[in-house]
Design a protein around this ligand. Structure first.
Ligand code: B12
Length: 367
């Protein structure tokens, strides 16, 4: 199969871009990943430590891999998501999670592309979208899809910062595209806007401070210092992407599955706080949000309520003080103390001594 045929199949399947790089050449990304892990910047994502050796290089995972076919899908929003951060009684769900889980969609399409490729070439292939230990961003940069910006994500001159990535590794020796160069220049808007200062320097991230990590990957209690800084961000964070000047060249996502579901663009915090486990699964079927479960999600919603300055939300908090989840109870205490300190003090007198969980007792003790 010639490259032009592969590219036209990828376009027909619905990929925004497809490019090729060698998968078997030396690169610096592996060492940088090892540094990231040795400094503990992966936080509680233990899998990053466990899979480090296989992740260092595509051939460490699959010694026969010769080329990488990198695909991208544009998920550009139709409006700038940043103004939603001012609507404090609503939750902000990051753009990537306002509809279908991209993993499912891209994996299905990668498999479709892989089948056509194998039928034509007889080569062996493996497909990846975030699901296995492959470094997708440095591969995409090497293939000329864009460059890793100062916020560490891939930025493209045509599509800005709103791109999902996927990769097909193959034993076929394909003609590579040319790598892209860095076009961030002196701009550091993405570093400056980060509410939690998650970038120790340009091109480097400390995931432990990133709101995306805190709201999605981090399972337990969110450290105190980050809670007020999270504002109303309840799932992921887009600030560093949204402020990127290269977005002005990006089109709105063509894929309907990435258009926001109306009810997930600024949902009311009062309604989200009231979701029980069954409601949660129903509302978030086929959404990436389902993965974090009701407990972690409501934890995030409670932090947003604590930051909302909306006292009409106090009854939602009082109801959750006796939730069966200690994570939820603890954050309800924190949020109540922020919104209505007097009510919190009164509840503390009645409840704090009966609380079986040490972490929730610690939240009461903070009052
Ligand atoms: C772990 C992970 C996270 C972690 C860590 C983020 C990160 N930047 O690595 C957390 C949970 C925080 C996260 C958040 C998000 N993620 Co994420 N995540 C991943 C995952 C699974 C692995 C990434 C990884 O290996 N990180 C480890 C670090 C060390 O790797 P790295 O960033 O490539 O590190 C490079 C730089 O630090 C650089 N570097 C280091 N030092 C220096 C010094 C100099 C001078 C230079 C030039 C470079 C340099 O070199 C390193 C190697 O290339 C990938 C999928 C995959 N399998 O690749 C998705 C992925 C990166 N995530 C993605 C998305 C969409 C997001 C979010 C936007 C979601 C959201 N809205 O909340 C945020 C963005 C936050 C951000 N600014 O990165 C997309 C990004 C697409 C793109 N255009 O790049 C990916 C590729 C998933 C996908 N298949 O589309 N994510």
């Amino acid at each position: 199969m010639d490259i032009a045929a592969l590219k036209s199949i990828a376009a027909e399947i619905g990929f925004t871009d497809v490019r090729i790089c060698r998968a078997d050449e030396a690169w610096a990304a592996g060492e940088r990943l090892a540094e990231f892990v040795s400094e503990g910047r992966h936080g509680t994502m233990a899998w990053m430590e466990d899979t480090l050796d296989r992740r260092r290089h595509p051939t460490a995972m699959w010694p026969d891999a010769k080329s990488a076919v990198v695909v991208a899908m544009n998920y550009g929003p139709d409006t700038n998501p940043l103004p939603l951060l001012e609507r404090k009684s609503e939750g902000v769900i990051s753009v990537y999670a306002q509809n279908t889980d991209y993993h499912d969609l891209i994996k299905k399409r990668l498999k479709q592309m892989a089948r056509a490729f194998v039928a034509e070439t007889g080569a062996e292939v493996k497909v990846f979208v975030d699901t296995a230990p492959l470094m997708e961003k440095p591969l995409a940069a090497k293939a000329g899809m864009g460059w890793q910006g100062k916020h560490t994500n891939l930025v493209s001159r045509e599509h800005g910062s709103w791109l999902f990535l996927g990769v097909m590794l193959t034993t076929a020796e394909l003609v590579p595209d040319e790598a892209e160069t860095d076009h961030c220049g002196s701009c550091q808007a993405c570093l400056d806007i980060c509410p939690t200062k998650a970038f120790p320097g340009p091109y480097q991230i400390d995931a432990r401070r990133c709101i995306s990590y805190l709201t999605i990957e981090h399972k337990g209690v969110i450290p105190d210092e980050f809670r007020p800084l999270m504002g109303n961000r309840i799932y992921g964070c887009d600030d560093c992407l949204a402020v990127c000047p290269w977005n002005k060249f990006a089109a709105t996502a063509q894929e309907a599955a990435f258009h926001p579901r109306a009810e997930l663009k600024g949902p009311l915090l009062s309604e989200l706080a009231a979701l029980d486990d069954t409601d949660f699964r129903q509302v978030f079927t086929a959404s990436p949000i389902k993965r974090i479960g009701r407990e972690r999600f409501v934890r995030n919603v409670l932090i947003a309520i604590g930051n909302s300055e909306d006292v009409s939300l106090v009854p939602c908090l009082e109801a959750l003080l006796s939730d069966e989840s200690s994570l939820v109870r603890g954050m309800a205490v924190w949020a109540l103390a922020r919104l209505a300190p007097e009510s919190a003090a009164e509840h503390a007198r009645m409840r704090a001594s009966d609380e079986p969980d040490a972490q929730v007792r610690a939240e009461w003790a903070e009052l």
